[in-house]
Design a protein around this ligand. Structure first.
Ligand SMILES: Nc1ncnc2c1ncn2[C@@H]1O[C@H](COP(=O)(O)OP(=O)(O)OP(=O)(O)O)[C@@H](O)[C@H]1O
Length: 258
């Protein structure tokens, strides 16, 4: 199990400040959704947590500054599903998923029984066993998304950051993926998912972090964060928010006129 804490994190890309003064703590056993409009800085925040972009402030993984960890040590502990990744090499699916085991392998070591079991289990959970011999570059967008999720699961890291894991997925697979992320959290993992579907976020996440123009503007339960007022301010929409009962739903009614 791991915990992750951001202390006044800032990210500057080129001359633009993309994330400013972000502080938040993420606990094991929790599925946190990161929501907010296009360009808000969600992916950049996720990438900062993986040390993929330089940041100011501190990001602590179990109280150790991630800046002090080797790339492999960080990759073993925080698995990452990047947003809409393009594939360049015509690898078969099983090998591509197997790349998730790289952080565990030494430079000369080969895939062992434990790695093979992790790969198999990841493919099963992401529902890609039937694609195992296919060439990854020849898959549909949704199939590719599930294969990349399997690669992240194959790491078997105690933390998982998934950037838009529902993009390109059909409604059935969207439900499967949200359930999978929630199951990971229930099993003790620290799971963070960048999401645009607010109904899915409300239905499955324990907690939501709302980001707007690089700043965390709300952090709490879905009911605390997804208020009509917040949705109006941040997304510029009027929405019906129904979070009581078994089927929470956020329905966009239209652009707010204020
Ligand atoms: N390399 C870069 N140089 C300068 N600005 C960048 C760079 N990469 C991203 N940005 C800008 O940073 C801002 C935040 O981008 P980011 O991808 O984090 O947003 P996001 O919230 O994930 O958006 P989306 O929902 O559209 O994926 C955007 O305005 C984007 O144009």
């Amino acid at each position: 199990m791991v915990s992750l804490r951001l202390e006044t994190v800032g990210v500057k890309l080129g001359r633009r400040i993309v994330v400013r003064d972000a502080s938040a703590a993420f606990a094991p056993g929790t599925l946190t959704g990161v929501v907010g409009p296009n360009g808000a800085g969600k992916s950049t925040l996720a990438r900062a947590m993986l040390a993929l972009v330089p940041h100011s402030g501190r990001i602590l993984l179990d109280e150790a500054d991630i800046a002090s960890l080797s790339r492999a040590a960080l990759a073993r502990r925080v698995a990452y599903l990047p947003q809409g990744q393009t594939l360049h090499w015509p690898l078969d699916v099983e090998r591509l998923v197997g790349l998730g085991r790289l952080p565990h392998l030494g430079p000369m070591s080969r895939i062992g029984a434990e790695d093979a079991a992790a790969i198999e289990r990841a493919m099963e959970r992401a529902d890609v066993l039937g694609l195992r011999d296919r060439i990854a570059t020849e898959l549909s967008g949704g199939e590719r998304a599930r294969v990349l999720l399997a690669r992240a699961l194959a790491v078997q890291a105690p933390a998982l950051i998934a950037d838009e894991p529902l993009a390109s997925l059909d409604p059935g697979h969207q439900l499967d993926v949200m359930e999978l992320l929630r199951d990971e959290a229930r099993a003790g993992a620290l799971v963070i998912a960048v999401l645009h579907d607010l109904t899915m976020a409300a239905r499955y996440c324990d907690r939501l972090v709302l980001v707007d123009t690089g700043t965390i503007v709300a952090d709490g339960t879905p009911a605390e964060v997804l208020t009509p007022a917040n949705l109006r301010t941040v997304y510029g929409i009027d929405a019906r928010v129904e979070l009581g009962g078994d089927w929470p739903a956020i329905t966009t009614l239209g652009r707010s006129r204020a």
